[in-house]
Design a binder for this molecule. Sequence first.
Ligand code: 13P
Ligand code: ZN
Length: 271
Amino acid sequence: MPKIIDGFVRMCSDGYKLGFNEANGGNASYRMTQEDVDICEKELGFDREASWTNLDVHVKLLNGEYFIVTASGSLMRNVELETESSIGIVQIDDAGAAYRILWGLRDSKPTSEFGAHLLSHCVRKIASGNVDRVMYHLHPESLIAMTYVRPLEDAVFSKLIWRSMTEAVMVIPEGLGVVEWLVPGSNDLARMTCSKLERYRAVVWAHHGLFVTGSSFDDAFGRAHTIEKSASIYMKVLSSGQEILQDISDDSLRKVCDKLGLKINEELLKG
Ligand code: 13P
Ligand code: ZN
């Protein structure tokens, strides 16, 4: 398999192994570079005669682009074993209104969240200056648990995640967006997620999961993993029933960011 496919598969397998992706929970997509496309076409062979299927979103900004994407209903647990039916490579047409399957997705179709993924790629392609290429959706249990007991506000979640583990602010100095519960795969969920992705690289879906982006599999997966670890520390502290005697101060968060040349989102600290 081409290295880029191996990287995608590894992210899916790791998501399952860490408990982020039970059953068919979660999905992922990667916006390919021209080099990825050339290597994959050479090594895997593309079906350039494949027919086009209309999208229910319009993504002119992504016209002609290629994506690796998980199949709807596929199990992250099985991606390594049944790669060609669990993931595939698709291309968007010139109008940004349809896709065709060039490889994989055998007897299947892209994730039910494909619309949300494509619209998110549009937003992050611009917001990141063409740097962000990965979208990863997961069901991390501690973060989901937090959405039952804390107000669904960006500032509340950002500060709790930043303060619960020192490394957290390093992966999301801009903070974290929070979206109320909405139907999975719906246009509303896609639209709300996109509005948050203009400012953030991680969006919490209340009572459902997390949606992250990043420049690489390591970047996106590491962001998700760190956020969930911080959430699990917070929930453990909360569950201990003990009074919180100290945590990481705003100034300490600023110092961590200063040391790494990052800019913390001061608006959220004030909020
Ligand atoms: P898919 O199997 O269609 O990707 O859906 C999984 C999911 O987590 C929806 O939110
Ligand atoms: Zn989900």
